[in-house]
Write a protein of this length. Structure first.
Length: 192
């Protein structure tokens, strides 16, 4: 038997997914999808830091979009994120993962942890049935993170499959518009 609270939560997830899908509808390029995603995250979650990491050659992911990060000033943080939290979310299932204590970060990431401390992190792998096409990471100062953690997790879990689907569609559309050129000769070149 499904309780009223469970039903309300399922309805909320459905509404968030539909709202996010509407936001990124019509975007044909990954860049546009990511820009709209960052705008939507800011609107839904308020003042946060956020980053979307995209595949950059197996098994590495690289920063694709960000919100409230300085790519030069936060370069070490961005690199550390890619090796730690992003990797955890990439290899995990579709559920959001939370890192809300410095002790947990130090235990999991050892020497990499110092760049991550003092913040609460929520990350989710954005997966299609075949692969992870993005990892979305949201973070705040630890004292600001805990009260909003459940809402942040729910929001990211609701939008993750939609983001993966839209990226997959955009990549397919791009490949149809820009097919790889076929070999025009047998590998020999001619000089005129």
């Amino acid at each position: 038997m499904v309780g009223h609270q469970d039903l309300a939560q399922q309805l909320n997830v459905t509404q968030l997914s539909a709202e996010y899908a509407q936001t990124v509808r019509g975007e044909l390029e990954v860049e546009g999808i990511l820009r709209r995603t960052m705008e939507w995250v800011l609107q839904k979650l308020g003042p946060v830091n956020a980053a979307v990491y995209l595949p950059a050659g197996d098994p590495h992911f690289a920063l694709g979009a960000y919100l409230n990060l300085d790519t030069q000033g936060d370069a070490q943080l961005i690199e550390t994120l890619g090796k730690t939290i992003v990797e955890q979310a990439r290899t995990g299932g579709g559920s959001a993962i939370t890192f809300d204590s410095d002790a947990t970060l130090e235990e999991l990431f050892g020497d990499e942890a110092p760049n991550l401390l003092g913040r609460g992190w929520v990350a989710v792998g954005c997966r299609t049935p075949r692969e992870c096409l993005a990892v979305l990471v949201v973070f705040r100062k630890q004292e600001d993170a805990r009260p909003a953690e459940a809402a942040t997790r729910g929001t990211l879990e609701a939008m993750a499959p939609v983001l993966a689907e839209r990226i997959e569609q955009a990549l397919g559309f791009y490949q149809r518009l820009h097919p790889f050129p076929e070999e025009e000769n047998d590998g020999t070149s001619s000089v005129e």
